[in-house]
Structures are given as structure tokens and as C-alpha cells.
Write a protein that binds this ligand. Structure first.
Ligand code: ADP
Ligand code: UDP
Length: 239
């Protein structure tokens, strides 16, 4: 499938139209950003590992009953996806406290939560992706009650499936962000699931293996993504 025209250029990925009106090519670039786009760098090979990592995770979720937008990998950096109308919302689940919740609630980094915590954020870089709740979503008409319930249910399901997958490979899924979109009546998991959008810690040493290595300037960002992929038995092709 050929890329025709770029329709979205995000901070890490671009979307292109194809000859099929219902399908898009998602291109994973090396661009890496943090702090709502304030810290930016191109990390060689990151797009390629993320594209292939994402495909592995989306396939695993599909096999376990979560419908996703992913169709197939086209090459190292590109995948074919179903074109969706996206909710302007990020769905986050936290198993341990880290990142923004620690700043917001003064919580110690790594605190194990009594139960997984679900949070909604509005996708808006200029506003710093503010925390929102069901009432905001309903009042502003960003999604219906049914869609809210479905997004929560699916995000919890993703957490259950992936926490096990990672733990079996010696990794703790600390937290993650997912996005959903609709086509017709169907809600599909969209965007990506890669170490750019989750926190993964080694279960023995608690070493950070995710984008916090970039946020915190710890180095070996792409190398760590490859190590996670290797542990999960992914066969990542190099550029
Ligand atoms: P950002 O928007 O945070 O800069 P990206 O660089 O990841 O993020 O850009 C990808 C964009 O593509 C996001 O806005 C995301 O919501 C959107 N997107 C993801 N999957 C789909 C899809 N299946 N159909 C339409 N848009 C999508
Ligand atoms: N996250 C993301 N994109 C965002 C915001 C958060 O992928 O725009 C992910 C982040 O990598 C982490 C989880 O969502 O795995 C929770 O992020 P948090 O709210 O702690 O924010 P951050 O520490 O990234 O500011």
C-alpha cells in the first residue's frame, strides 16, 4: 500500500492517505518529544523499533480479544491502520505511582497502588494535557456515556493482558496511555503501544526501560526499547 498524502504530522508519527479511503499508513519517525513537546530530539532507529514493537503488542491484544486499528506492518517504519475518528482524550492506567501523579499528589515514585487507577486527560499540548473526568467529557460532548464506559473497560482489559505479558518477561508495567477512535459504531484501540507511551521497569532492579530514559536524560533510550523487545521475544528488523 502506497502513501499518498500526509494528513497528520504529530510529534512522533505521521499519517498518510492511501488508495483505500478507510485505511491510513502510520509512519513512526525517530522524533522523540517530552513535556508536551518542549524537549525534542531525533533518536536514530527509534521509529523502526517502535513500529515493530507496536505491531507485536497490537497483535497480542487482538489475540486476547481487544479490537485494534492495526492491519499490518508495511516496512520497518510504516504500518497500515484503519482510519478512525479519534476521541481527543488520553486514557491512562497506573499500577504504581510515577510521573505526573507524583507531582500532583506528592506521592513517592514507585508506590504500589491498592488497585489500578484510571485517569482521563484531554489531548491538548498548549494546555499541558489537563486531567479531566467523565463529567467534562459528557458536558463538552467529547464522547457519550456508552463510549466512556467502553474506553474504560477496554483500557482495564489492556492493563490485565499487558501486565501479565510484561511480567512474564521480568518487567513491571507501571503505567501507560492509550487512545481510542471510532469507525461506524465500533470503538477500536488506536494510536500506539510502545515504550514511548508507557513506563516499564525491570522487576528485579526497577531500572527504567521506557521514555523516562529520554525525559530524565538517562541515555540508552533506543537500546532499552530493543532490550524490552528482546525480552518479549520480538524479532525486530534493524534498518
Ligand atoms: P501527537 O498527536 O501527540 O503529536 P503522534 O505523533 O503520535 O502524536 O501523532 C499521531 C496522531 O495520529 C495522533 O493525533 C493520534 O490521535 C492520531 N491517530 C492515531 N491512530 C489513528 C487512526 N487510526 N486514525 C486517525 N488518527 C489516528
Ligand atoms: N503518556 C503519553 N503521552 C502523554 C502523556 C502521558 O504517552 O501525552 C504516558 C506516559 O508515558 C506514562 C503515562 O502516560 O506512561 C502516564 O503519564 P503521566 O501522566 O505520568 O505524565 P508524564 O510523566 O509523562 O508527564
Amino acid at each position: 500500500m502506497e502513501k499518498i498524502q500526509e494528513i497528520t504530522k504529530g510529534k512522533a508519527k505521521s499519517l498518510y492517505t492511501t488508495s483505500n479511503q478507510e485505511q491510513l499508513v502510520m509512519h513512526f519517525s525517530d522524533d522523540t518529544s517530552a513535556f508536551d513537546g518542549k524537549k525534542k530530539e531525533a533518536l536514530m532507529g527509534k521509529g523502526s523499533v517502535n513500529n515493530q514493537f507496536n505491531a507485536f503488542i497490537m497483535d497480542h491484544l487482538e489475540k486476547n480479544g481487544v479490537e485494534t486499528h492495526h492491519i499490518e506492518v508495511l516496512n520497518n517504519n510504516d504500518s497500515l491502520v484503519h482510519k478512525l475518528s479519534m476521541f481527543p482524550i488520553e486514557c491512562v492506567i497506573r499500577n504504581r505511582a510515577s510521573g505526573s501523579i507524583c507531582r500532583r499528589l506528592g506521592t513517592e515514585d514507585g508506590l504500589i497502588l491498592e488497585s489500578p487507577l484510571f485517569e482521563f486527560f484531554l489531548k491538548d499540548d498548549e494546555l499541558g494535557d489537563p486531567l479531566i473526568n467523565d463529567e467534562h467529557i459528557l458536558s463538552f460532548g467529547w464522547a457519550t456515556r456508552h463510549q466512556i464506559d467502553e474506553m474504560k473497560l477496554l483500557t482495564y482489559k489492556v492493563n490485565t493482558i499487558l501486565s501479565k505479558l510484561f511480567l512474564d518477561s521480568g518487567l513491571i508495567l507501571v503505567d501507560f496511555k492509550v487512545e481510542f477512535g471510532v469507525t461506524g459504531e465500533k470503538i477500536l484501540l488506536a494510536d500506539e503501544f510502545t515504550p514511548d507511551g508507557c513506563r516499564l521497569w525491570d522487576s528485579e532492579t526497577l531500572k527504567k526501560m521506557d521514555k523516562d530514559r529520554f525525559r530524565q536524560g538517562l541515555g540508552d533510550v533506543v537500546e532499552s526499547y530493543h532490550q524490552v523487545a528482546d525480552r518479549l521475544g520480538m524479532n525486530i528488523k534493524l534498518d
